[in-house]
Ligand binder design. Sequence first.
Ligand SMILES: CC(C)(COP(=O)(O)OP(=O)(O)OC[C@H]1O[C@@H](n2cnc3c(N)ncnc32)[C@H](O)[C@@H]1OP(=O)(O)O)[C@@H](O)C(=O)NCCC(=O)NCCS
Length: 196
Amino acid sequence: MIDDFNSLVIRGARLVLRSARLEDVNELFGLISESREELSKWLPWIEFVRSMEDERHIVEQWVYEMQLRSAIHLCVTRESKIVGLVGTHQIDWINQRTSVGYWMGTTYIGQHFTTESTAVLLNFLFENLKLHRVFIQAATENEPSNRVIRRLGFKWEGLLRENERIKDRFFDHNIYGMTQRDFAGLKESHSVYLGG
Ligand SMILES: CC(C)(COP(=O)(O)OP(=O)(O)OC[C@H]1O[C@@H](n2cnc3c(N)ncnc32)[C@H](O)[C@@H]1OP(=O)(O)O)[C@@H](O)C(=O)NCCC(=O)NCCS
């Protein structure tokens, strides 16, 4: 069993996913700062990350959560440079389920990096952690995110009305799920994203 999640290194076809750590604060804050315009369209927490100190608090919390095995926060790296982030929210070990989320730096979008890194994360969640169900939510108007989700084979499960407030507007969310059985049927199509 993996004791804590602070030293994960998981390889994809082109990318390496590794646990976020305190030394990443500068690089993460830099990436957020240069991508702020794109990220703030869909991520309500962005407006609360205004300084390196804000980002440090967030990463400290992540390190603690990973120590407790209650969540996973992975830097997506390409040639050792951080290009984005993927991870889980709270892992419910009793029901063997969690939800996932992601963002990419604006310079790196449009290269299927999110699709690849989410496929790598899903493989880890189902194969290594033996989770039973993974779900994901995306604003109905966030077309790139809905495309990532559908390409990965998540099944649409419903609509959450006016579920998230971004800049004083409430957005509807699609909710999608994937079970361990669904994942078994998708392994071949996902294999292109996984490292050898
Ligand atoms: C959503 C996000 C992570 C996607 O990152 P990405 O690395 O570009 O994603 P991918 O390249 O793996 O896939 C993007 C898909 O959307 C498509 N796409 C990209 N821009 C698009 C646009 N403006 N309109 C419609 N489709 C678009 C791509 O063609 C691709 O679809 P395909 O697989 O059918 O070719 C990125 O745009 C981002 O960080 N957005 C801001 C944060 C965010 O929305 N996070 C998710 C919250 S649920």
